[in-house]
Design a protein around this ligand. Sequence first.
Ligand code: HEC
Ligand code: HEC
Length: 452
Amino acid sequence: MLPEQQDILWTFLTMMFTLFAGFAFGNVIQHCRAREDVNTTLWGGIFGAFFLVSFWQTSHMFGLNQQEQIGFFFKNQLLTTLVLLLVWGLFFKSQKIENQSPPLIRAFFFWTTVSTLLAGYTNWLPQQRSDPPPKGGVVIGGDLTMEEFVEMGRVIVYGAKQVAGQKSIGKGQCPLCHTFDPGDNIGRCPNLFGVEERSHTRIKEDRYVNLPVKIGETEPASGVVKGAPDKIDPAYARGGDATLNGEDYLRESLMCPSCYVVEGYGKDGDTKSPMPAINKPPIGLNKIELNAVIAWLQSKDTPGEFAAVTVPLPTGDEGQAEAAPAEDEGDKPVFVTGEEPVDQIINTLGCPLCHTIPGVEGAMGTLGPVLHEKTNAPNRIKDPNYKGSAKNTKDYVKESILDPSAFVVFNEEAGEPFPDGLMPTTFSQQLSVKALDKLVDFISQTEAPPQG
Ligand code: HEC
Ligand code: HEC
């Protein structure tokens, strides 16, 4: 059963319960009107309150994910409705008009029981049944085809499953920054359409040969020797001859982004790339995964045609041992429950790819502002251009995470605003209420480390 279907079930039930509370309210008012000895304010107040509580619960349910909806429904909404039924019964009893209680009350009792059972049942079902293996992933055996290997690369980039309303992003995180279709552009990172072709011409450019480091020199951030496929980390090396080719360019782009910085996309006069090294944490692809991504990059512009792919297929043993985890992770939609430590939450969501965050190891991203929110947030709120609704630091941080465009930070260093629309707007679907609180608490107290 798809998660979306269960969401619909719970959302439907919660709305029905509110409608029912509204109906009870109307019914009680009607009875009060018909009799003079009844305290209308008291009973109207009680049932009005039931309706409001139900209504609040329903609107709250819209903000929860499926797991939380189930919990909230049973712990809160169902309880409210059962108490309501009880009080409604009391109302009829106290007025000695049990005989006038609507048949619907009895029907409703039946309906509640049946639908609760049904809901419980559908919720219980998928855990009892073993789900079929995911179709998107590829299990590497001895006889992997290039088509399967390329598909593995695609899954690492995009994830195996599209989740409704979420940009599809896999373990490799590339779509966080890059676009891949002609004409599709989100600004700060190059569109990767045609990158296979470019990989052959780039290495002949003067800019490649000399900037920011020369061929044969070591790029300091990654420790990679530029343009030297024979000197690449043996755990990732292609092997074979030492002549630089297009595949080497792509591998180098992933392992040493600052070895060549696409014009206009770098920092400090295009000498530093904001892209993280893909073989290091937080992304940390292994050789097989990295090669699968390269195979995908080399063939994605010509679907069904793999002639341009030069990376070798992994051999059976290699693949079995290394490729399995990628598949698991690529298959799950990203979601944090709040049980995780906060740095794990931050890494899972990919914040370090764009932000430098004090207190989070390896969070050195430069595409977004440095997160010094203890000092930044109060200043943002005071900014005359600030049009958001936050009144304090935590509210501001929460707003920035859930609705990044509410205020677009100005980049003093670059003399222009940070790119609007680059920070994902889907975090609300990936965080439980608890995880969001934890994240906001942490980010709210980030500040510049003491000088010294
Ligand atoms: C945090 C944002 C970010 C992420 C995540 C990211 N990149 Fe990049 N990438 C960039 C930026 C910015 C550039 C341009 C600067 C440069 O050349 O390094 C770039 C450049 C590249 C280039 C060189 C393009 C060219 O025209 O020469 C390739 C190839 C590339 N990225 C592939 C990937 C792949 C594949 C992934 C995922 C595994 C990925 N990137 C993840 C930001 C990112
Ligand atoms: C793809 C890049 C990217 C990712 C991933 C990303 N952000 Fe951002 N973030 C930005 C950019 C760009 C801005 C500045 C533009 C704006 O204000 O919308 C920003 C702004 C912010 C701000 C406001 C900062 C200030 O000083 O006012 C906060 C807070 C923030 N991000 C937190 C997060 C958190 C937490 C995560 C992870 C859950 C995250 N971001 C993930 C790019 C990103």
